[in-house]
Structures are given as structure tokens and as C-alpha cells.
Design a binder for this molecule. Structure first.
Ligand code: HEC
Ligand code: HEC
Length: 437
């Protein structure tokens, strides 16, 4: 509104000055009290009308293309103006009233289109489907930050996490704990230097690699630039494993990181380009162009494996949940990455070893009995819930504190948490696993 008033004044100050001048002049020059009163009244109405007209013009000038609540308001203003003009031009009063009425109809129609479904609609704004290739680096970086952390400016917020799920495992700032995965601070710098030059990387000679996978796809080869290294890291984590971070027991041959373009994360190439751009821009570095980044991914992700960008959902619904509870429980465990760290009987692919095997029907009662237990749970269900939403309340012996993410209380729906609790409470050592529902 402040902007509109400034704009209105900048367009219309000569008109307002003229009317003010006339007002002063009429006060001095007209002596008949009745005529004076009438002139004052007309000029006063004129001033108000002029102000309204100017605000309406300013509104069109500043936001003509946007779906916008001021549109019907300014049409109503023009309607009122038309009727006011009738006072000045009695001969044209009928014409002005008809015109005014038409503006009123227009106001009603645009009000219907713009006001009511303001949340989702009116005119589709041009970027409902995000056009990544037309963005500036900063805009692209902002989208990347949304994908990683769930919102712009969220990158330093503890527990912020978006659909990319990276903060489940990675820290992004110097000095922040990164036991699960390398801290991604300084990645653009080390990608092209340290990593590609590491003899274990076997630049240009994928056949010599000693990792779970040699190439992202047959004939993909290895990265030749820092950006390609980043693309390869995202699409084939087990093609090169940063030493010390491999899946336990595999001697760093296999990476626990999921392929980011595959379900459940399934980032499209444009989304990956946004993520990468953020990694450069936030360090004040010049990012490769959008086209260069896309090319780097095309090298490692064959056409058929590229996820389509979802058109119905904007890239990163801010604060999106990892699972909403409508999924069967095995998918919830997969989407929330529990499977990466935990072995869960009955859940395909849940073979992680960084956390305890989740036989909670057996474990939970023992944990509660432990004299070291300081939590508030008295039942198996309560213990599981507490362990998931507040992992540091009780740290299972032999496992590190702060390794399990502390975000699940915010990032899983109540329904998803309930399914997890129901399932895990039925898992008992030595018994067949419960049914998935
Ligand atoms: C389940 C845990 C997990 C998730 C989720 C995850 N990563 Fe990783 N990531 C790792 C681990 C562990 C490594 C180190 C082993 C390796 O080299 O693959 C790694 C390695 C990397 C590397 C190479 C780092 C280096 O210093 O060379 C990059 C880049 C990377 N991840 C980016 C991402 C991005 C971006 C996301 C989100 C879109 C993500 N990761 C999600 C666990 C994860
Ligand atoms: C990055 C690895 C990691 C991820 C991801 C992870 N956890 Fe954990 N979890 C751990 C570790 C390590 C422990 C043991 C230390 C502790 O108690 O905090 C643990 C402990 C637990 C416990 C207590 C186990 C017991 O026997 O007392 C439960 C229950 C649990 N996790 C459930 C989950 C669920 C459900 C998910 C997914 C929503 C999940 N965890 C994701 C690492 C992880």
C-alpha cells in the first residue's frame, strides 16, 4: 500500500496541487456564502476523487500482470468516480451512471476471479510450473535451498529439511557435526581438486575402481570437472566413496547415500541443477551455467532414468513431510531413510547397521528397565515414539548420540509415526516379523 501511495503521488502531484490551489482561490474570491460552500464541497469531493483515481492508476502501473486484490478495488473506485463526475457534469450524468455501472460489473467479475480463490488461482502466475532454465543464478539457488532445506533462509535452521533430504545425513556449515556424511562446506573447491586427484578415484579409468559400482551407467566414464564430480556423487554414490563414510562392514566400498534421482527422493535434473547452484552461490562462487549443470547430469543419468519434473507440485513444497502416513509402513521407513541406518525385520532393504536392529517388542522393555534410562516412557509404544522424535533422551549403549536425525517429530505426520510405532512394537527377537500395513 505504501508503494502505491508513493507511486500515486509521483504521478499525480501536479493535479493535486492544482486542486489545492483552486480550493484556496475559491475561499478568497467567492463572497456569496452559499456559492462558497458549494464550491468548497465540490473541490473537496474532487480531491478525494483525484486521490482515488491516482491510486487506481498507480496500481495498474505497478502490478498490471499480477493476479491482485487491488484490481477489483480499483474498479470499484472508478465506479465511484464515475458517479461523482455526475456532480460536475449534470448533463452527462446518465452516461456517467451507465459507465459507472459497467465498471461495477467488471469489479464484481474480477473480484470473483481474484479475490476468492486467491490461494491457488485467478490467473495462473507465469511460474506455477517452475521454469528453472529461465532463472537467474540467485533464483535458481533459492529453489535449491528450498529443495534441500524446505525454505529460503532455512539453511542454518537446526532440523530444517526439504524434499532432497540431504540434511538427514549432511551438515552444510563449517564446524557443524558431520559424522554420518561429509560436511558439504567447501565442496565446489575440493570436488575438482582433491576428489578427482585422489588415486582411488581412478579418473578416466573406471574399470580400475574398487567400489560397489564402477560407473554410473555403462560407458558413463568418470568425471573430468568438479561439477561432473558433484553430478556423479548424486547419481552414483557408490562409484566413489569418501573414505571413512562407507557402509559399515564394506570397507568403504559402498555408500549409504541414496541415488538422488531415484525414488523415494527422485529429484529431476532441473531440481538437481538448482541444488548444485545453491552449493556454489552460497559460498559466493560463480556457479556453472544451468545448461552446463544439466549436461553434467546427462553424462551420468541415461534418458530413461531421468525423473519427470512434477508439474502439479511446485518443486519444493516448503516444509514438506517425508511421509504423510498414507503409505504402507515399509515405504515410510524407506522415505524417512530409517532403512539406511537400521536393520528392521520384515522390511525389504532395511539392512543398515549404524543404529540398533529395531526389535522393539523385545528391546523397549529392556531399555525402560535400564537404570540409566531417564526418559518418561512406561510402555513399549511410548518408548518407540520417544526414540523416534527425541533420539537423545536415551542413547542405546554401543551407539553414538546425535547420529540419528532429530527431525522426525516435525517431518513425519502423526499417522506415519503411529504406523512406525505399531509395526516396531510387534517386532520381537526370534519371532517372525509382523505383516506390513
Ligand atoms: C542417507 C544419508 C545421505 C543422504 C540423504 C544424502 N547423502 Fe550425500 N553422502 C552421504 C554419505 C555417507 C557420503 C559419503 C560417501 C560417499 O562418498 O558416497 C555422501 C557423499 C556426498 C557427496 C560427495 C561429498 C564429497 O565430499 O566428496 C555429495 C556431493 C553429496 N553426498 C551430496 C548430497 C546431496 C546434495 C544430498 C541431498 C540431495 C545428499 N547428499 C543426501 C550420505 C547421504
Ligand atoms: C543416520 C542414521 C539413523 C537414521 C536415519 C535413523 N536412525 Fe534410529 N537410531 C540411530 C542410532 C545410531 C541409534 C542409537 C542411538 C540412540 O539411541 O540415539 C538409533 C536408535 C533408534 C531407536 C531406539 C532403538 C532401541 O532399540 O532402543 C529407534 C526406535 C529408532 N532409532 C528408530 C528409527 C526410525 C523409525 C527411523 C526413521 C524414521 C530412524 N531411527 C532413523 C541411527 C539412525
Amino acid at each position: 500500500m505504501g508503494v502505491l501511495i508513493n507511486e500515486a503521488l509521483s504521478i499525480g502531484w501536479p493535479l493535486l496541487a492544482l486542486l489545492a490551489g483552486l480550493l484556496v482561490y475559491s475561499q478568497i474570491s467567492i463572497s456569496d456564502p452559499v456559492a462558497k460552500k458549494r464550491a468548497t464541497f465540490k473541490l473537496f469531493i474532487g480531491m478525494i476523487a483525484a486521490c482515488m483515481l491516482l491510486v487506481a492508476i498507480a496500481n495498474y502501473k505497478t502490478s498490471f500482470y499480477e493476479a491482485n486484490r487491488m484490481l477489483p478495488v480499483s474498479l470499484v473506485i472508478i465506479t465511484a468516480l464515475a458517479f461523482m463526475m455526475g456532480i460536475y457534469f449534470p448533463n452527462q450524468a446518465a452516461l456517467l451512471k451507465i459507465g459507472g455501472f459497467m465498471f461495477l460489473v467488471a469489479a464484481a467479475l474480477s473480484g470473483y476471479g481474484n479475490w476468492l480463490p486467491q490461494v491457488e488461482g485467478g490467473f495462473p502466475p507465469p511460474d506455477v510450473k517452475l521454469v528453472f532454465d529461465a532463472m537467474t543464478p540467485q533464483q535458481l539457488a533459492d529453489e535449491g535451498e528450498k529443495i534441500i532445506f524446505g525454505g529460503i533462509g532455512q539453511n542454518k535452521v537446526q532440523g530444517a529439511i526439504g524434499k532432497g533430504q540431504c540434511p538427514l545425513c549432511h551438515a552444510f556449515h563449517k564446524g557443524m557435526l558431520g559424522e554420518r556424511a561429509p560436511n558439504l562446506d567447501g565442496l565446489p573447491e575440493r570436488a575438482g581438486k582433491e576428489r578427482l586427484e585422489d588415486p582411488n578415484y581412478h579418473k578416466g579409468e573406471p574399470a580400475k575402481r574398487e567400489y560397489a559400482e564402477k560407473e554410473a551407467c555403462p560407458g558413463c566414464g568418470t568425471a573430468t570437472t568438479g561439477q561432473e564430480y558433484i553430478a556423479e556423487s548424486h547419481s552414483c554414490p557408490s562409484c566413489y566413496v569418501v573414505s571413512g563414510y562407507g557402509v559399515k562392514g564394506t570397507n568403504d566400498k559402498e555408500s549409504p547415500m541414496p541415488k538422488i534421482h531415484k525414488p523415494p527422493i527422485s529429484l529431476s535434473l532441473p531440481e538437481l541443477a538448482a541444488v548444485d547452484t545453491w552449493l556454489y552461490v552460497r559460498e559466493g562462487r560463480e556457479a556453472p551455467t544451468y545448461e552446463e549443470i544439466i549436461k553434467s547430469y546427462e553424462k551420468f543419468i541415461p534418458e530413461a532414468d531421468r525423473p519427470k519434473q512434477q508439474e502439479d507440485k511446485p518443486a519444493a513444497a516448503a516444509g514438506a513431510l517425508l511421509a504423510d502416513g498414507s503409505e504402507p509402513v515399509d515405504q515410510i521407513f524407506a522415505k524417512a531413510q530409517c532403512v539406511v541406518c537400521h536393520t528392521i525385520p520384515g522390511i525389504p532393504g532395511a539392512v543398515g547397521t549404524q543404529g540398533p536392529k529395531l526389535e522393539e517388542g523385545t528391546n523397549a522393555p529392556n531399555r525402560i528397565k535400564d537404570p540409566a534410562y531417564k526418559g518418561t516412557a512406561h510402555t513399549t509404544s511410548d518408548y518407540i515414539m520417544e526414540s523416534v522424535v527425541s533420539p537423545s533422551t536415551y542413547v542405546v549403549k554401543g551407539f553414538p548420540d546425535n547420529l540419528m536425525p532429530k527431525v522426525f517429530g516435525q517431518k513425519l505426520s502423526a499417522g506415519a509415526l503411529k504406523k512406525i510405532v505399531d509395526y516396531l512394537s510387534q517386532v520381537k527377537a526370534g519371532s517372525p516379523p509382523p505383516k506390513i500395513s
